[in-house]
Design a protein around this ligand. Structure first.
Ligand code: GRF
Length: 200
């Protein structure tokens, strides 16, 4: 049984999608061991508590990145986490953090990377005028929104779209993509050559 650790800072809809997938048997052989937020008022942490999961707030405010990362890593190790899912975690992980969990940290980003990394990716894509967008689940490395890509899902950008409708349609795909990526990674039959992630 794999133990997942979820890191979030806000709403937590991707966390809920993962939790629902586990409950519904769409993700097998895994449980959520701990949900960690760097913000006490993150709606996602309240949801985690309501669902009876271990929910921990480790505030980042007023702490150095190193100090905060050390506390988060301690909590993840305490819960024997073997896969970490960043789900709207608004913090850049230190290289030290990433090295503690080689190829065990996933992130979801609401654009087709390498286009539009960073904040407000959907708005960036909309303003740029792209005709196709989507989301990316990738391994986390030392750079922002950068590691090897596991899953991408695309959607057309429609003439009738605005930033809000585009954001909502990408989010629907995010929820599907995260489950897909977690299953692929947990099954373990993949290889990574350079940046290329391939199923064996
Ligand atoms: C999602 O759009 C995700 O791709 C990005 O942050 C947002 C988090 O949303 N990294 P939620 O908290 O999972 O609802």
């Amino acid at each position: 049984m794999h133990s997942l650790g979820i890191l979030l800072s806000g709403r937590g809809s991707n966390f809920v999608a993962i939790a629902d997938s586990i409950d519904a048997g769409r993700i097998v052989g895994a449980r959520i061991a701990v949900v960690i937020s760097n913000k006490a008022d993150a709606p996602g942490i309240a949801t985690a508590r309501e669902r009876g999961l271990h929910a921990v707030v480790i505030p980042s405010k007023g702490r150095s990145r190193e100090q905060h990362d050390r506390e988060v890593v301690d909590a993840l190790k305490q819960h024997n986490v073997d896969l970490i899912c960043l789900a709207g975690y608004m913090r850049l992980l230190s290289p030290w953090f990433v090295q503690q969990f080689t190829r065990q940290i996933l992130n979801i980003h609401p654009s087709l990377l390498p286009a539009f990394p960073g904040l407000e990716a959907q708005e960036q894509a909309f303003a740029y005028g792209v005709k196709v967008s989507g989301c990316t689940v990738h391994f986390v490395d030392e750079e922002l929104d950068h590691g090897p890509i596991i899953v991408q899902r695309t959607i057309p950008v429609l003439d009738v779209d605005d930033e809000h409708t585009l954001r909502a349609r990408i989010l629907e795909q995010e929820h599907i993509a995260y489950t897909e990526a977690i299953n692929i990674v947990l099954q373990g039959n993949f290889q990574i050559a350079g940046r290329r992630f391939k199923k064996k």
